[in-house]
Ligand binder design. Structure first.
Ligand code: HEM
Length: 458
């Protein structure tokens, strides 16, 4: 009899626990969001402090924009598992500079169709095609480092490498095209997170002008690739992989559409990968106890590395570096109806920021007491055997998970194995190794190093 009553009330499945009540959304109470915005830019622990006060899901306002911040495995998986109730969202400056056709600004079948087309640039077969050129870039850098008489700033070299991979190896840009594109791209990037008012001479208005030039140049590159393909001439890069790409209605994607996707790839693939490479090298150089542990694995590998060779220690190291310094500190969704995230009610129409940087450094909810907390420490071994107990999503998740993840992982693997197999690197003394965080983490002093060949010569 008692069992029937329980079943009727729907409690039986819950092991006799009371049903969990959904909590209302805690808020900082900010009204205009001006003070919050000032604190946001001044205080690197802005988000973390408010999580500690208000819990893993809370609302505030930044310069008039209401925002819900979330952290921790439960809130994040609740959000990503309800993709029917969310759409992508970017700040207005990013939205305008990427453009309305960019897949980052699209949703539903529009978004899926473009991901299918662009994703062909990052298939396993495409990566196999890019690998030898990436290896050549790594070998060139190793030779430059070894031949240098003065210390070399690794950050600048990692940026150059990441740009070459996406611009030259993937998109096939050469010489003048690449240099002009790089100059405009830097102007464009500087205004990405600026106030989107195009008054004359402002960074945003200069970025809009640079965007027009960038799209025209990318359009020229696309047309040249198509002409070469039609003439049966060999083509640099992977642009041929995009030909025949169809939109959501089964019609060929226009060139105007395709060039906005290429611009997105330059943006998404450059800064992030350069940051992860610089932070990885900084971590190896600053934690001398890690090097012999890593080096014994690296010395057992081939160079150039075979695709199938497994690198558990290097993978654990990369995970730890991205845990402490995720190249993308957070990403956004907008809810289209009320959602419950980690037991907290979030109204429809909310902009939600998934705070990766805060999630990775703190155990949340009931996991908080699960293990002795050493999350401020750099300890790559925690990721061996995949049992760190943390939800790490440096590449995001769900339907919008990073499209270039496999390429980024390949670049990192090849750079780390290529350099550390061939060279002993040492840090120059007296340099600023603290990280600037915007747009992505990177050592302020540029990471000056000297290199010696591991065969004995320098
Ligand atoms: C270490 C390097 C990288 C990191 C940490 C990273 C991280 C991310 C993150 C967090 C997102 C947002 C995911 C979401 O909203 O759920 C994203 C999206 C994206 N990334 Fe990456 N990324 C990296 C490298 C790359 C590279 C090399 C490319 C391509 C060349 C790329 C292309 C993209 C694209 C196109 C999107 C938009 C996906 C969509 O909206 O559907 N990323 N990335």
């Amino acid at each position: 009899m008692a069992g029937c009553l329980e079943r009727l009330l729907g409690w039986e499945k819950m092991d006799n626990k009371l049903p969990e009540l959904h909590r209302p959304l805690p808020t900082t109470g900010a009204w205009s969001g001006i003070l919050e915005a000032l604190a946001f830019f001044r205080d690197p622990d802005f988000v973390g402090q408010r999580f500690n006060q208000l819990g893993d899901v809370y609302a505030t306002r930044l310069l008039g924009q209401p925002l819900v911040f979330i952290r921790g495995g439960r809130a994040i998986s609740d959000l990503l598992s309800q993709s029917d109730a969310t759409v992508g969202w970017w700040p207005e400056s990013v939205r305008q500079l990427l453009g309305t056709r960019s897949l980052a600004n699209r949703n539903g079948s529009d978004h899926r169709a473009r991901r299918r087309v662009v994703g062909q640039l990052f298939s396993a077969a495409a990566l196999r095609r890019y690998s030898p050129e990436i290896v050549m870039l790594v070998d060139e850098l190793a030779a430059d480092l070894q031949n240098a008489i003065t210390p070399i700033p690794l950050v600048a070299r990692m940026r150059r490498f990441a740009f070459s991979v996406i611009a030259t190896v993937v998109l096939g840009l050469q010489g003048d095209d690449r240099d002009a594109l790089f100059a405009d791209f830097e102007i464009w990037t500087r205004a990405l997170f600026s106030i989107p008012i195009p008054f004359p001479g402002s960074p945003f208005s200069r970025a809009l002008e640079a965007r027009t030039r960038l799209l025209a140049r990318l359009g020229g590159v696309l047309k040249r690739a198509r002409d070469q393909e039609e003439a049966g001439q060999p083509l640099a890069g992977g642009l041929d992989l995009l030909s025949g790409g169809l939109d959501e209605a089964g019609l060929p994607l226009t060139d105007d559409d395709l060039v906005e996707q290429l611009l997105l790839l330059l943006f998404a693939g450059y800064e992030t990968t350069a940051s992860s490479l610089s932070c990885l090298m900084a971590a190896v150089l600053q934690n001398p106890e890690v090097l012999p542990w890593l080096q014994s694995e690296i010395d057992s590998l081939n160079w150039p590395l075979d695709e199938q060779e497994s690198t558990p220690r290097l993978s654990a190291l990369v995970q730890e570096v991205m845990r402490l310094n995720p190249p993308v500190g957070g990403f956004f969704r907008r809810t289209t109806r009320e959602l419950v995230l980690d037991g907290v009610q979030v109204p429809g129409g909310s902009v939600v920021q998934v705070a990766l940087a805060s999630s990775n450094r703190t155990r949340s909810g009931e996991d908080r007491d699960a293990e002795s907390d050493d999350l401020d420490q750099f300890r790559p071994e925690r990721h061996l055997n995949g049992n760190s107990g943390l939800t790490l999503l440096p590449f995001g998740g769900g339907e919008r998970v990073c499209l270039g993840k496999a390429l980024a992982e390949l670049e990192i693997r090849l750079m780390a194995v290529g350099l550390l197999r061939q060279l002993n690197l040492s840090l120059e003394p007296d340099q600023d190794l603290s990280l600037q965080l915007i747009p992505s983490p990177s050592p302020r002093g540029g990471l000056l190093v000297r290199a010696m060949s591991r065969n004995g010569s320098n």
